[in-house]
Write a protein that binds this ligand. Structure first.
Ligand code: NAP
Length: 249
Protein backbone atom coordinates (compact mmCIF):
# COMPACT_ATOMS: atom_id res chain seq x y z
CA UNK A 1 0.00 0.00 0.00
CA UNK A 2 1.44 3.35 -1.02
CA UNK A 3 1.68 5.85 1.84
CA UNK A 4 0.34 8.86 -0.06
CA UNK A 5 -2.17 7.27 -2.44
CA UNK A 6 -4.75 9.85 -3.62
CA UNK A 7 -3.05 12.68 -1.72
CA UNK A 8 -2.35 16.00 -3.42
CA UNK A 9 0.92 17.64 -2.40
CA UNK A 10 2.24 21.11 -3.15
CA UNK A 11 6.03 21.33 -2.86
CA UNK A 12 7.67 24.75 -3.24
CA UNK A 13 11.21 25.11 -4.50
CA UNK A 14 10.71 21.76 -6.24
CA UNK A 15 13.06 22.42 -9.17
CA UNK A 16 16.23 21.67 -7.24
CA UNK A 17 17.90 19.94 -4.31
CA UNK A 18 15.76 19.01 -1.32
CA UNK A 19 12.42 20.11 -2.84
CA UNK A 20 13.01 18.08 -5.96
CA UNK A 21 13.75 14.96 -3.92
CA UNK A 22 10.70 15.50 -1.70
CA UNK A 23 8.50 15.78 -4.81
CA UNK A 24 9.99 12.58 -6.22
CA UNK A 25 9.63 10.61 -2.99
CA UNK A 26 6.03 11.76 -2.48
CA UNK A 27 5.21 10.80 -6.07
CA UNK A 28 6.79 7.39 -5.59
CA UNK A 29 4.34 6.89 -2.70
CA UNK A 30 1.39 7.71 -4.95
CA UNK A 31 0.91 11.45 -4.40
CA UNK A 32 -0.21 13.84 -7.10
CA UNK A 33 2.43 16.54 -6.97
CA UNK A 34 2.13 20.25 -7.63
CA UNK A 35 5.74 21.23 -8.20
CA UNK A 36 6.18 24.98 -7.72
CA UNK A 37 9.29 27.05 -8.27
CA UNK A 38 10.48 30.33 -9.78
CA UNK A 39 12.55 28.07 -12.05
CA UNK A 40 9.75 26.91 -14.36
CA UNK A 41 11.95 24.85 -16.69
CA UNK A 42 13.20 22.92 -13.65
CA UNK A 43 9.73 21.99 -12.38
CA UNK A 44 8.50 21.27 -15.89
CA UNK A 45 11.32 18.76 -16.38
CA UNK A 46 10.53 17.21 -12.99
CA UNK A 47 6.80 16.96 -13.71
CA UNK A 48 7.53 15.02 -16.91
CA UNK A 49 9.55 12.49 -14.90
CA UNK A 50 6.73 11.82 -12.42
CA UNK A 51 4.47 9.02 -13.57
CA UNK A 52 1.78 9.23 -10.87
CA UNK A 53 0.78 12.70 -12.10
CA UNK A 54 2.30 16.12 -11.53
CA UNK A 55 1.75 19.68 -12.54
CA UNK A 56 4.48 22.30 -12.82
CA UNK A 57 3.71 25.82 -11.61
CA UNK A 58 5.87 28.90 -11.94
CA UNK A 59 5.49 30.70 -8.63
CA UNK A 60 7.54 33.09 -6.56
CA UNK A 61 6.41 32.22 -3.03
CA UNK A 62 7.07 35.77 -1.83
CA UNK A 63 4.40 37.11 -4.20
CA UNK A 64 0.84 36.74 -2.99
CA UNK A 65 -0.67 36.64 -6.50
CA UNK A 66 1.68 33.82 -7.47
CA UNK A 67 0.74 31.86 -4.35
CA UNK A 68 -2.98 32.33 -5.03
CA UNK A 69 -2.44 31.08 -8.60
CA UNK A 70 -0.38 28.12 -7.37
CA UNK A 71 -3.14 26.99 -5.01
CA UNK A 72 -5.80 27.57 -7.69
CA UNK A 73 -3.86 25.39 -10.14
CA UNK A 74 -3.76 22.61 -7.56
CA UNK A 75 -7.50 22.85 -6.93
CA UNK A 76 -8.39 23.15 -10.63
CA UNK A 77 -6.27 20.13 -11.52
CA UNK A 78 -6.79 17.84 -8.52
CA UNK A 79 -9.73 19.28 -6.55
CA UNK A 80 -8.01 19.55 -3.16
CA UNK A 81 -4.72 20.01 -1.32
CA UNK A 82 -3.72 17.52 1.39
CA UNK A 83 -0.05 18.38 1.82
CA UNK A 84 2.11 21.50 1.63
CA UNK A 85 5.88 21.55 1.94
CA UNK A 86 7.31 25.03 2.39
CA UNK A 87 10.76 24.31 1.04
CA UNK A 88 11.64 27.26 -1.23
CA UNK A 89 14.54 29.17 0.25
CA UNK A 90 17.51 31.35 -0.60
CA UNK A 91 20.62 32.41 1.23
CA UNK A 92 23.39 34.95 0.87
CA UNK A 93 26.51 35.48 2.93
CA UNK A 94 27.03 38.94 4.38
CA UNK A 95 28.56 40.49 7.46
CA UNK A 96 25.90 42.05 9.70
CA UNK A 97 27.60 45.44 9.47
CA UNK A 98 27.45 45.34 5.66
CA UNK A 99 23.99 43.83 5.23
CA UNK A 100 21.75 46.14 3.21
CA UNK A 101 18.06 46.45 3.98
CA UNK A 102 17.11 45.11 0.51
CA UNK A 103 19.09 41.93 1.02
CA UNK A 104 17.60 41.41 4.49
CA UNK A 105 14.06 41.92 3.12
CA UNK A 106 14.58 39.62 0.14
CA UNK A 107 15.68 36.66 2.27
CA UNK A 108 12.95 37.21 4.88
CA UNK A 109 10.38 37.63 2.08
CA UNK A 110 11.18 34.34 0.36
CA UNK A 111 12.06 32.15 3.34
CA UNK A 112 9.55 33.36 5.93
CA UNK A 113 6.82 35.49 4.32
CA UNK A 114 6.64 32.95 1.48
CA UNK A 115 5.92 30.17 3.95
CA UNK A 116 3.35 32.34 5.73
CA UNK A 117 1.51 33.09 2.46
CA UNK A 118 1.56 29.49 1.23
CA UNK A 119 0.49 28.13 4.63
CA UNK A 120 -2.40 30.56 4.93
CA UNK A 121 -3.73 30.02 1.39
CA UNK A 122 -3.43 26.25 1.62
CA UNK A 123 -4.82 26.04 5.17
CA UNK A 124 -7.88 28.07 4.14
CA UNK A 125 -8.52 25.59 1.33
CA UNK A 126 -8.05 22.66 3.71
CA UNK A 127 -10.46 24.15 6.25
CA UNK A 128 -13.08 24.98 3.58
CA UNK A 129 -13.00 21.42 2.27
CA UNK A 130 -12.58 19.76 5.70
CA UNK A 131 -9.27 18.24 4.59
CA UNK A 132 -7.24 16.89 7.52
CA UNK A 133 -3.97 17.96 5.94
CA UNK A 134 -0.33 18.22 6.81
CA UNK A 135 2.14 21.09 6.39
CA UNK A 136 5.92 20.73 6.64
CA UNK A 137 8.27 23.70 6.86
CA UNK A 138 11.91 23.30 5.91
CA UNK A 139 13.87 25.38 8.41
CA UNK A 140 17.52 24.75 9.33
CA UNK A 141 19.58 23.93 12.41
CA UNK A 142 20.51 27.61 12.08
CA UNK A 143 16.98 28.45 13.11
CA UNK A 144 18.30 27.77 16.63
CA UNK A 145 22.10 27.77 16.36
CA UNK A 146 23.53 31.20 15.59
CA UNK A 147 26.58 31.83 13.43
CA UNK A 148 28.18 34.75 11.64
CA UNK A 149 27.49 36.17 8.16
CA UNK A 150 23.96 34.78 7.80
CA UNK A 151 21.83 36.76 10.26
CA UNK A 152 19.09 37.33 7.66
CA UNK A 153 18.90 33.65 6.67
CA UNK A 154 19.12 32.41 10.26
CA UNK A 155 16.46 34.88 11.46
CA UNK A 156 14.15 33.71 8.66
CA UNK A 157 14.70 30.06 9.65
CA UNK A 158 14.11 30.87 13.32
CA UNK A 159 10.86 32.57 12.31
CA UNK A 160 9.84 29.42 10.45
CA UNK A 161 10.13 27.42 13.67
CA UNK A 162 7.70 29.74 15.46
CA UNK A 163 5.45 29.83 12.38
CA UNK A 164 5.36 26.04 12.67
CA UNK A 165 4.46 26.00 16.36
CA UNK A 166 1.84 28.73 16.18
CA UNK A 167 0.13 27.38 13.06
CA UNK A 168 0.22 23.91 14.64
CA UNK A 169 -1.76 25.33 17.56
CA UNK A 170 -4.21 27.33 15.46
CA UNK A 171 -4.85 24.59 12.94
CA UNK A 172 -5.07 21.66 15.38
CA UNK A 173 -8.84 22.13 15.86
CA UNK A 174 -9.19 21.40 12.12
CA UNK A 175 -6.94 18.32 12.38
CA UNK A 176 -4.33 19.98 10.21
CA UNK A 177 -0.84 19.08 11.44
CA UNK A 178 2.17 21.37 11.01
CA UNK A 179 5.76 20.21 11.55
CA UNK A 180 9.22 21.40 10.77
CA UNK A 181 12.47 19.83 9.57
CA UNK A 182 15.78 21.41 10.52
CA UNK A 183 18.43 20.11 8.10
CA UNK A 184 22.13 20.34 8.83
CA UNK A 185 24.57 20.26 5.90
CA UNK A 186 22.91 18.71 2.86
CA UNK A 187 24.56 18.16 -0.53
CA UNK A 188 22.48 20.35 -2.87
CA UNK A 189 23.14 23.13 -5.38
CA UNK A 190 22.74 25.62 -2.50
CA UNK A 191 25.98 24.24 -1.01
CA UNK A 192 27.73 23.45 -4.29
CA UNK A 193 30.42 26.11 -4.03
CA UNK A 194 31.54 25.31 -0.52
CA UNK A 195 31.37 21.53 -0.96
CA UNK A 196 33.52 21.82 -4.09
CA UNK A 197 36.46 22.91 -1.93
CA UNK A 198 37.98 19.62 -0.67
CA UNK A 199 39.43 21.02 2.60
CA UNK A 200 36.14 22.72 3.47
CA UNK A 201 34.17 19.57 2.72
CA UNK A 202 36.56 17.50 4.84
CA UNK A 203 36.29 19.85 7.81
CA UNK A 204 32.49 19.89 7.49
CA UNK A 205 32.37 16.08 7.53
CA UNK A 206 34.61 16.03 10.60
CA UNK A 207 32.15 18.28 12.48
CA UNK A 208 29.23 15.91 11.85
CA UNK A 209 28.95 13.11 14.46
CA UNK A 210 27.71 10.63 11.82
CA UNK A 211 30.71 11.63 9.64
CA UNK A 212 28.97 12.36 6.39
CA UNK A 213 27.26 15.20 4.53
CA UNK A 214 23.49 14.68 4.29
CA UNK A 215 21.70 13.81 1.08
CA UNK A 216 18.46 15.39 -0.13
CA UNK A 217 16.93 11.93 0.35
CA UNK A 218 17.63 12.10 4.10
CA UNK A 219 15.38 15.18 4.32
CA UNK A 220 12.80 13.74 1.90
CA UNK A 221 12.42 10.60 4.03
CA UNK A 222 11.73 12.73 7.13
CA UNK A 223 9.21 14.80 5.15
CA UNK A 224 7.48 11.61 4.00
CA UNK A 225 7.15 10.46 7.60
CA UNK A 226 5.73 13.84 8.67
CA UNK A 227 3.04 13.89 5.98
CA UNK A 228 2.11 10.23 6.28
CA UNK A 229 -0.39 8.54 8.59
CA UNK A 230 2.53 7.17 10.63
CA UNK A 231 2.99 10.59 12.25
CA UNK A 232 -0.71 11.25 12.88
CA UNK A 233 -0.12 12.19 16.56
CA UNK A 234 2.81 14.55 15.83
CA UNK A 235 2.26 18.28 15.39
CA UNK A 236 4.38 21.34 16.18
CA UNK A 237 7.57 19.26 16.15
CA UNK A 238 10.97 20.40 14.93
CA UNK A 239 13.00 17.43 13.73
CA UNK A 240 16.73 17.86 13.10
CA UNK A 241 18.03 15.95 10.07
CA UNK A 242 21.67 16.76 10.62
CA UNK A 243 23.70 13.65 11.44
CA UNK A 244 23.93 14.90 15.02
CA UNK A 245 25.57 18.23 14.10
CA UNK A 246 23.32 20.27 16.36
CA UNK A 247 24.33 18.16 19.38
CA UNK A 248 27.70 19.91 19.50
CA UNK A 249 27.77 22.66 16.87
P1 NAP B 1 18.37 24.78 -3.78
O1 NAP B 1 18.99 23.57 -4.40
O2 NAP B 1 18.94 26.12 -4.05
O3 NAP B 1 16.81 24.76 -4.15
C1 NAP B 1 15.95 25.81 -3.79
C2 NAP B 1 14.93 25.98 -4.89
O4 NAP B 1 14.03 27.05 -4.51
C3 NAP B 1 15.56 26.40 -6.22
O5 NAP B 1 14.95 25.72 -7.31
C4 NAP B 1 15.24 27.89 -6.27
O6 NAP B 1 15.20 28.42 -7.57
C5 NAP B 1 13.88 27.91 -5.61
N1 NAP B 1 13.47 29.25 -5.21
C6 NAP B 1 14.27 30.29 -4.83
N2 NAP B 1 13.54 31.36 -4.56
C7 NAP B 1 12.24 31.02 -4.77
C8 NAP B 1 11.01 31.71 -4.68
N3 NAP B 1 10.98 33.01 -4.33
N4 NAP B 1 9.87 31.07 -4.97
C9 NAP B 1 9.89 29.77 -5.35
N5 NAP B 1 11.02 29.07 -5.47
C10 NAP B 1 12.19 29.67 -5.18
O7 NAP B 1 18.38 24.64 -2.19
P2 NAP B 1 18.22 23.38 -1.20
O8 NAP B 1 19.53 23.17 -0.56
O9 NAP B 1 17.50 22.28 -1.85
O10 NAP B 1 17.32 24.05 -0.10
C11 NAP B 1 15.93 23.75 0.09
C12 NAP B 1 15.50 24.29 1.45
O11 NAP B 1 16.27 23.63 2.46
C13 NAP B 1 15.76 25.78 1.63
O12 NAP B 1 14.71 26.36 2.34
C14 NAP B 1 17.04 25.81 2.45
O13 NAP B 1 17.15 27.00 3.20
C15 NAP B 1 16.83 24.60 3.32
N6 NAP B 1 18.08 24.08 3.89
C16 NAP B 1 19.06 23.60 3.10
C17 NAP B 1 20.23 23.13 3.68
C18 NAP B 1 21.35 22.57 2.87
O14 NAP B 1 22.40 22.26 3.47
N7 NAP B 1 21.23 22.44 1.55
C19 NAP B 1 20.38 23.15 5.07
C20 NAP B 1 19.35 23.65 5.85
C21 NAP B 1 18.19 24.10 5.25
P3 NAP B 1 16.58 29.09 -8.15
O15 NAP B 1 17.59 27.99 -8.18
O16 NAP B 1 16.17 29.58 -9.50
O17 NAP B 1 16.93 30.17 -7.17
Amino acid sequence: MMKLADKVAIVTGAASGIGREIARVFASEGAKVVAADINYDGVLALSKEIESGAVAVKADVSKKDDVIRMVKEAIDRYGRVDILVNNAGIQTVRRFLDLKEDEWRKVIDVNLTGAFLCSQMVAREMVDRAVEGSIVNISSIHGYIPRIMKIHYDASKSGLIMLTKETALELAPYHIRVNCIAPGIIDTPMNQEVLAIPEKKKSMIERVPLKRIGEAMDVANAALFLVSQESSYITGAVIPVDGGLSLHP
